[in-house]
Design a protein around this ligand. Sequence first.
Ligand code: TXA
Ligand code: MG
Length: 540
Amino acid sequence: MNTQLLTNSKEDIEAAAGILKEGGLVAIPTETVYGLAADALNPCAVSSIFEAKGRPSDNPLIVHISHVDEIEKYDLVREFPKSARLLAEKFWPGPLTIIMPKSDSVPRETTGGLDSVAIRLPSHPVAREIIKAAGCPLAAPSANLSGSPSPTTAQHVLADMQGRIPAIVEGGSCEVGLESTVITVCTETPTVLRPGKVTLEELRDVLGEVNLSKAVLEELKEGEEAASPGMKYKHYSPKARVFLVKGSDMAFCCYVNTKEPDSTAALCYDSDVTALHCHTLPLGEKEDFDAQAHNLFAALREADEIEGVDTIYVRCPGTDGLSMALFNRLIRAAGFQIITLRGEGYRLIGLTGTTGSGKSEASRVFAQKGFAVVNADEIAHKALTLPECIKKLTDAFGGEILNSDGTVCRKTLGRLAFSSKENTEMLNSITHPIIADLCEEEFDLLCSEGASDIILDAPTLIESGLHKICDRVVSVISEKETRLERIMARDNITKEQALARMNAQQDDEFYKEHSQYVLVNDGCLEAFREKAEELAEELL
Ligand code: TXA
Ligand code: MG
């Protein structure tokens, strides 16, 4: 089959519509990525999409319309829920796909056998003209071979689909560059299944409560079901291996510069280019997420084309706003692996231990011996004053966690967050990444002031994952009896309260397992201080 390149002229759009009307496939431009379109109501036509892409047939397709009235005209849904109407009013035409209860008119082939249908009204004028001219809704997945990065230019489509489809309509480079946000209103609380240009924050502004499907930011474990079938497949991968790297500007460049430059490409920020020795593919300015989204897939494809390149290092995006969509695509391209770096020029010792064991005493000894000390509790308090953190916490726990002046009431937050395991996990998933970033900033600051050995004093160092960035971990443990008395005296609480606090913590084995050094406090202060001093000297 010869693949024709069509323009967006009137005749060519008619030609494309002709192919679609007869049950053929045409790749079309949209504002997100190019789609591989077929008549959504023709089971035969839809089946050939799966064949051309090599896509598993249980992965449902998005149905594209050119006007919201077509939902009724083509009888696409059993119900057009109020929440979906609100979203359509606010975000259509545009990069949002809404999943609703499907009607019987939509064939099973289109929805991968599901009882729901995904609908999108794109804003790209050429896409809408083609839908109108074809006179039917168009099922269209991204027009790439299954598994590779989505195409954002007609050339990308041609590279994947030449000889497999009759035509591609040229429509320039896609403005957004990442696939649409997918939200379902079929769940009790609307749920985002795939993040995109329309952000979780924007959706919450319209609907209030909106959940985020677990598969968006994490790898699903064996046996866990993806709410969106597409989330379970390997995705967005070029042929080269992709590594996601988290760390400061300097740490990223230093790390990548340790690699063989000819076989390495870096997907980086514009400002990194001069510091890097390998092939560079800048995505945009550090804070320009629109540019990064626009350029990401093209850069992944381009990196693959550089001769000799077999490894791609990419700067790890954050997880809020549009960054969430970047992160979601990249974490899949990287097979869910993140390399976490930290600044150069200092050594970081993590200090942790069971409550009441004498961790603070050890911290004081280390400080006297010349270590700079960063107290994670203080950093955590600071995190709670940041607007981005307050926003996420109120989204998760409601406005009642705020004092009348808009600051976080730590007591109320604590009560809510520790009321169930789920809530505690939610709190941690919000605060831990922010605390980690703040710690990193603090280390860099201390380093610039001349510190070369830093202690990170953190009661939940290991639980929060911060131990992974430490060169060494020191745990302080002691007998239960000693701890009990110390906690009661120190915090002026009853035996029961002290016991509850102790029982909420990990046991000694946990600390031994995760640390290189264990300081045992047997109750004699002098002896303990001496042990700590010895260790400090050994570590310096
Ligand atoms: O921007 C886009 O959405 C592009 C352009 C062409 O419109 N299309 C696109 O389609 O990205 P595709 O097939 O690559 O991704 C559709 C995603 C898949 O993850 C699929 O599993 C999910 O939407 N999906 C579709 N219908 C669904 C449904 N009824 N329930 C749950 N997930 C659904
Ligand atoms: Mg796709």
